[in-house]
Design a protein around this ligand. Structure first.
Ligand SMILES: Cc1ncc(COP(=O)(O)O)c(C=O)c1O
Length: 412
């Protein structure tokens, strides 16, 4: 489907629909009239294959206890194998009520209070909370950053792994918000360091379907022909790709029998989660019949990114638009526009402190609600993250506002 047609057909008004992104702006950003480009869901209706499958079940009108049908394993594993090079075995699958809850379970299951858990920063902030809320020790490995591109500092990675006696590495693959789709060599290098220091890897692959150009996501257990799969626990979902976040349903894959045993023991004691029937149905429908819809959506996101990149390069070159190999959430580096380094004041936005000057620029003047770099890592104040899974109209509005206020700054 061509992009314009997709937007015409699937764009939705989300205001006053109990929508976190649009209806809680006052509570989270202190201003109800901002253009919301923050939390990672979309202004698009999901595909009909999903709503049809859900409607069919709703019409049946029975929501009693259920189980995972064989067809679910089949389509999920076909999708994994076809796109990401890994065919799991049936016994590897567990379900979770969302990816973030699963991250908390893994931290609790596989580490002890006080143990060190490492991540590559900047990273999705619930990664940090999963560690600190569970009273583990947060070890952040800042990535190298140059001209809009993030890479792993492997020397730092190994040094921290060793010196901090890291027990668990929380990997985000593809990486939110660095926009990286990790190359197999990069993953192999990370995993070999983890092997050397006996570190378990939890791989959050919720953004697996969002890769652009010739980027290719590889599932962590498939890296190096499966060499590291016995130290990997993977969690993914169709929720990001098909806009199903509130159905709270995700997949856990644990290739190692030993790690499965530990997880099952943990689960018996601490989380007797059952399946979410509607999440299961939606996911199966997505992976059976949703691919064409997803490809069209991705073409809209890719065009939105090109637009942001080109317009800002032309009219506000002070702003660096970071690479977006994957996800739909590129970072923008505003440090040449707003001097955050000398800012002594902060403002609390969405419960977290951000440079007051940056908030003044982004919110009070550009009228945008965004995720701030400071939420993803303490050394990334001055960056913002834009959500591009929205209409070209919203993207244009955001870009116009950024250009207008950058010009004002330039003229000062
Ligand atoms: C890397 C990553 N993990 C997890 C989530 C959220 O997962 P869930 O809503 O299933 O808890 C997000 C949402 O943006 C994300 O970017």
């Amino acid at each position: 489907m061509i992009r314009e047609e997709f937007v015409r057909k699937y764009a939705v008004e989300r205001k006053e629909t109990n929508c976190l992104k649009w209806d809680l702006l006052k509570e989270r950003f202190g201003d109800p009239d901002l253009l919301p480009m923050w939390v990672a869901d979309m202004e698009f209706h999901t595909c009909e294959a999903i709503t049809d499958a859900l409607k069919e079940r709703l019409d049946q009108g029975v929501f009693g206890y259920s189980y995972i049908p064989d067809s679910y394993y089949q389509v999920l594993f076909d999708w994994e194998e076809r796109h990401f090079g890994y065919r799991p075995k049936k016994e590897e699958l567990r379900l979770a009520t969302g990816v973030v809850p699963a991250l908390y379970w893994f931290v609790n299951c596989y580490t002890e209070p006080g143990d060190a858990v490492m991540m590559l920063t900047p990273v999705y902030y619930p990664f940090h909370s999963a560690v600190t809320d569970c009273k583990r020790r947060l070890v952040t490995c800042d990535m190298n950053y140059e001209a809009g591109h993030f890479t792993v500092d492997f020397e730092k990675f190994e040094k921290l792994a060793k010196e901090q006696q890291v027990k668990l590495f929380l990997l985000c693959s593809p990486h939110n918000p660095a926009g990286r789709v990790w190359k197999e060599e990069e993953l192999e290098r990370m995993f070999s360091i983890c092997e050397k220091y006996d570190i378990l890897v939890v791989s959050d692959e919720i953004h697996q379907d969002f890769t652009f150009g010739n980027q290719k996501h590889i599932a962590a257990p498939a890296v190096a022909g499966g060499k590291y799969k016995d130290r990997i626990v993977l969690v993914n979902a169709a929720s990001k790709s098909f806009n199903l976040a509130a159905l709270i349903h995700s997949n856990i894959l644990i290739p190692s029998p030993e790690l499965r045993k530990r997880y099952d023991a943990y689960r018996t004691q601490h989380n007797q989660t059952d399946i979410n029937l509607l999440g299961l149905i939606a996911t199966e429908a997505a992976y059976t019949k949703g691919e064409e819809w997803l490809e069209s959506l991705k073409s809209v996101i890719a065009a939105n990114y090109t637009y942001v990149k080109e317009e800002l390069a032309q009219h506000a070159p002070e702003i660096t638009v970071c690479d977006m190999e994957g996800t739909y959430l590129p970072m923008l580096d505003l440090r040449k526009v707003v001097d955050v380094a000398t800012d002594t004041k902060t403002r609390k936005v969405n419960f977290r402190p951000v440079s007051e000057r940056l908030c003044e620029f982004v919110q009070d003047r550009c009228r945008l609600a965004v995720d701030y770099g400071a939420w993803f890592g303490k050394n990334f104040d001055g960056f913002i993250r834009l959500n591009l899974a929205t209409t070209p109209e919203n993207v244009k509005q955001a870009v116009d506002n950024l250009i207008r206020e950058t010009r004002v700054e330039r003229a000062k």
